[in-house]
Write a protein that binds this ligand. Sequence first.
Ligand code: ARG
Length: 424
Amino acid sequence: MSERRHTLAKTASYEADPDEVGRVLLLYSGGLDTSVMLKWIQDEYDAEVVALTVNLGQPDEDYEVVKGKAVALGALECHVIDAREEFARDYVLPAIKANALYGGGYPLFTALGRPLIAKLAVEYAKQSGCDTIAHGCTGKGNDQVRIEATVATLAPEMKIIAPVRGWQMGREEEIEYARKHGIPVKGGTEAPPYSIDDNLWGRSSEGGPIEDLDEPPRDDVFELVTHPTKAPDMPEDVAVEFERGVPVALDGERLELVELLTRAGDLGRRHGVGIVDHIEDRIVGLKVRDIYEVPAAAIILPAHKELEKLTGTIHQNNFKPQLDTQWGFLVYAGLWHEPLLENLNAYMDSVSEQVTGTITMRLYKGSAVPVKRSSPNALYDKDLAGFGESGGLFSQQASPGFIELWSLQSRMAYRVRNRERKDT
Ligand code: ARG
């Protein structure tokens, strides 16, 4: 008689069997979840932990403190990577070219950061002899999708563990665990009311009182952007210069991308620019309300779009927004390595060839609007088109002929329908 086998099938190929886990690369932020995790993995899996902390331009982060904490909690080592330049150049820049705003309001800063963090996790896991990658995402959000999809694509042999998804600890239990294991808890037992994620392209707050849809956001959400009512009474103009779709200068001063985005962010913060109260469709089915503070994106994206309007033809300008939307969706949905995204990037780059010029944005108490435009490639050309005068490419004499043919089908249809109506 054959014995019945009770092997439990894994749900995903990359899920880790506890006895396969020898050394773990932990994506470490220094916060409560990942600090508890650092200890918990050593105990539960009897495994070694190497920590990795990625600097994507989170304001006011002290990476020496984060590193010290990781090592104190037993990490073999803690790598701190300054990935700001790569993030700006290879992730934020394509998003600018694609005018990326998911759901019409979210500039995707978190979604853009995850594939880079996951790529670095794979690199450092391999380099440090790790067989498993661990992250602190919950089972309810998009970030687990983005990180795991990227890791599984780049390193199919790598195992992934997501302890927060499985352990049955709430915040109270985590704090208790932390106390028991000598893990320092910032801010005491008072739960911070919001879940925060940030980098140089923006900051999000979720959870807590934000979940009450019938309440406006509380003032304590805003840590980045000045409340528009408290912003300066005088408007401020900033000229954003682009070369082939790339922002290269502010007010005539050429800047590296990280510096440019940081300065644009500082200007926006001061003027209350970039607050977005957003209802969003997560890729895992849930809806969520986010409060975003995106001062740099709220200046750079509309400036870029304005320049495209000036330099693109009517056909390009009608077509591209559809591709922009598709680009934003793929990135939101965590499919950074989907070939369609590469195809779309090629299109964006091709359009960007002509996107050179300067847009001046006026910042004033929460708004950022274009007030001046100039481009060597503008199709808005008074002399070339001969606006109203004779001699240019535009001919008013040709207008009636155009109108007659342009309206032909509509006029025919109108006539046919009226005939039918009369017949019955
Ligand atoms: N809703 C945004 C997104 O899905 C922001 C997520 C913020 N992440 C976080 N762990 N708090 O990209």
